[in-house]
Design a protein around this ligand. Structure first.
Ligand SMILES: NC(=O)c1ccc[n+]([C@@H]2O[C@H](COP(=O)([O-])OP(=O)(O)OC[C@H]3O[C@@H](n4cnc5c(N)ncnc54)[C@H](O)[C@@H]3O)[C@@H](O)[C@H]2O)c1
Length: 478
C-alpha cells in the first residue's frame, strides 16, 4: 500500500489542554486547522468528523477498548510524541477503574461508541476490543477513512480478516496488526543475527508459550489468541511462510474453545517448526529456539534475553567422544543489547507509517496482509486438529516387539494396548488422557480399537495394517 498524501513535518509533542474525563470533548475552537493527512481516496473533510482540528504536525489518535491490553495502549498513547490522544471508547467505561487518573490528566474522554470517537475526528485508532469485534469496528473505521492499528489476531476468522484487508486497502489506508512480539528486543536481535547468517542454514524453530488462563474475554481459543504470536514471529524471523502443518488441540477448562495446542509443521524453505501453546500451565514461559548449522539461539521474550549456544569447535583427544559425529557443545553467549518496551516501539512505528502514508511490508509495522496470513495459518491449525489427520501408531508392545502379551500401558489415556492386565492395571487407565477408560474397556473386550484419537487407527483385526503403517513412519522418519 502506498501513496497517502504527504504530511507536514512532525513537531514537538502536543501539550494537551486539560479536558474533562469521561465526557466527550467539545471540538477545539482555537488554532489553525491543519489539513489532515488524508489517505488516498478518503475525502478528508468528511472522514475527520466535525471536531477534526489537529495541532500542527500532530496526529489525532483514539483507542477502542480499555481492557487488559487497552490499558497499556492508553499509557503509551498518552505520552506518544507527535500524537494527540483525543478519546477512548469502551461501553463499560473504564472497566478496571485504573485509567481515570491517566485519562483525566490528559483530558481524554471515555466514550460509549465508536461513532462518538469518529465525531471527534481522528487520523487513526488503536483497536483493542475483543477479537470477535475487530471486524465490525475495523470496517467502521475504514469506512470513515481512519487508519487502524488492530490488536492481534487481526480477526476471529480468515474471512473476516480478508474483509478487513479489502476495506483498508481499497481506501489506501494504513492498517497494522499488534503482533507485539516482533518488537521484542530479543526477537529483533535474533532476526538480525539470522539475516546476517550467524547460524548458517536454519534447521528448526521451536516455540513454547505456556501460562495460566488470562482474566479476560475468551471469545476465541488459544490458537487464535496466543499461537498467532508464534506463527507470526516464526515467519518473521525466518522470512519464510508456512508450507504445511499438523496439529492437536484439547479443551480441558470447560470453555467453548481449545486451551492447549501442539503444532508441527514446515516452512516453504524446509525449516521444521513446532509450537506448544496453552492456557493450562502454572509455568509461564515465552520461549523461542532456532537451531541451525552453527548452533542454537534461544530467545526468552519474557525477559527479552537472547542466548547463543555454539556448536563445539574444540578438537577432542577423548577417543569415545571422537567417535561421535554429531554436534558437540561449545561456548554459550548471552548478548547484551538495549531493551525498549516492545509496545512503545510498536506505537512509534505505526505512528511513523501513518505519517508517511506507508503500510507496505518492510515499513516497520506488521501489515494487515501479514496479519491475514497469520489468521489463515491459525485456521489451518484448527482444521488439522479437527480432522485429527495423521498416521495411527500401534500402541501394543506385542505389535512392536513380537513378544506378545506384554503389559504395554503408556500412561497416556487412550493409548494403551488391548490386554486387560495392561489397561485396567491399578484402575489408572485413561486418567488425564484423550481417550478415557470407556474406550479402553471396549478395546479390552475387543469391541473397539484403542486409538490415539477417536478417528485414527486400525479397526479390530487390522493389526497387520497398523504394523505396516508403523514401518512407513519409521522409513519416513529415519
Ligand atoms: N498484543 C498482545 O500481546 C495482546 C495481549 C492481550 C490481548 N491482546 C488482544 O487485545 C484485544 C483485547 O484483549 P484484552 O485482553 O484487552 O480483553 P479484555 O476483555 O480485557 O478487554 C476488552 C475490552 O473491550 C471492551 N469492549 C467490548 N465491546 C466493545 C466495543 N464495542 N467497543 C469498544 N470496547 C469494547 C470491553 O468492555 C473490555 O474493556 C484482543 O483482541 C486480544 O487478542 C493482545
Amino acid at each position: 500500500m502506498t501513496g497517502t498524501r504527504a504530511k507536514p513535518a512532525p513537531t514537538a509533542p502536543s501539550a494537551n489542554a486539560p479536558k474533562t474525563a469521561d465526557a466527550p470533548r467539545a471540538p477545539e475552537a482555537a488554532g489553525p486547522a491543519v489539513e489532515a493527512p488524508a489517505p488516498a481516496g478518503a475525502p478528508a473533510a468528511v472522514e475527520r468528523g466535525a471536531g477534526g482540528r489537529r495541532r500542527p504536525g500532530t496526529l489525532r489518535a483514539g483507542l477502542i477498548g480499555l481492557g487488559a491490553m487497552g490499558r497499556n495502549h492508553a499509557r503509551i498513547l498518552s505520552s506518544l510524541e507527535g500524537v494527540e490522544f483525543v478519546g477512548a471508547v469502551d461501553p463499560a467505561g473504564d472497566p478496571h477503574g485504573s485509567l481515570r487518573g491517566l485519562l483525566g490528566a490528559h483530558g481524554v474522554p471515555v466514550l460509549p461508541e465508536v461513532a462518538d470517537l469518529l465525531a471527534l475526528g481522528v487520523d487513526y485508532a488503536v483497536v483493542a476490543c475483543p477479537t470477535g469485534l475487530h471486524e465490525e469496528v475495523g470496517l467502521q473505521l475504514a469506512a470513515h477513512g481512519v487508519c487502524a492499528l488492530l490488536e492481534k489476531p487481526l480477526a476471529h476468522t480468515a474471512q473476516a480478516a480478508h474483509r478487513l484487508v479489502r476495506a483498508f486497502e481499497e481506501r489506501g489506508l494504513v492498517a497494522g496488526v499488534g503482533h507485539v512480539e516482533r518488537f521484542n528486543p530479543a526477537l529483533q536481535q535474533l532476526r538480525s543475527r539470522l539475516e546476517a547468517g550467524e547460524l548458517g542454514e536454519v534447521f528448526q524453530v521451536v516455540t513454547r508459550r505456556q501460562g495460566p488462563f488470562p482474566h479476560r474475554i475468551a471469545d476465541v481459543g488459544v490458537v487464535k489468541d496466543l499461537a498467532t504470536h508464534d506463527i507470526d514471529l516464526t515467519s518473521w524471523i525466518t522470512g519464510a511462510a508456512y508450507a504445511s502443518l499438523s496439529a492437536r488441540t484439547v479443551s480441558k477448562s470447560g470453555r467453548e474453545h481449545e486451551d492447549m495446542v501442539a503444532v508441527v509443521g514446515s516452512l516453504v524453505d524446509g525449516t521444521m517448526v513446532s509450537h506448544l501453546v496453552n492456557w493450562l500451565s502454572p509455568l509461564k514461559e515465552r520461549f523461542t529456539a532456532v537451531t541451525g548449522e552453527r548452533g542454537c539461539f534461544v530467545a526468552d521474550t519474557l525477559t527479552a534475553d537472547l542466548t547463543f549456544h555454539a556448536n563445539g569447535a574444540v578438537a577432542t583427544e577423548w577417543e569415545a567422544l571422537r567417535a561421535f559425529r554429531g554436534v558437540a557443545e561449545g561456548d554459550t553467549v548471552r548478548f547484551a543489547f538495549p531493551k525498549r518496551e516492545p509496545l512503545a516501539v510498536e506505537h512509534e512505528r505505526f505512528r511513523d507509517a501513518v505519517r508517511a502514508g506507508q503500510a507496505a511490508e518492510g515499513c516497520g509495522i506488521v501489515t494487515i496482509r501479514e496479519g491475514l496470513r497469520t489468521v489463515e495459518v491459525s485456521a489451518a491449525v484448527l482444521e488439522s486438529a479437527r480432522g485429527m489427520s495423521g498416521l495411527a501408531v500401534p500402541h501394543d508392545a506385542a505389535d512392536l516387539s513380537g513378544a506378545g502379551g506384554a503389559n504395554t500401558g503408556t500412561g497416556m489415556g487412550g493409548t494403551r494396548g488391548p490386554h486387560a492386565g495392561a489397561v485396567l492395571d491399578g484402575g489408572r487407565a485413561g486418567a488425564g488422557g484423550t481417550g478415557g477408560a470407556g474406550r479402553e474397556a471396549a478395546a479390552t473386550a475387543g469391541t473397539a480399537p484403542a486409538l490415539l484419537g477417536p478417528e485414527a487407527g486400525p479397526a479390530p483385526g487390522e493389526r497387520g495394517a497398523s504394523v505396516r503403517r508403523t514401518a512407513y513412519v519409521a522409513e519416513r522418519t529415519a
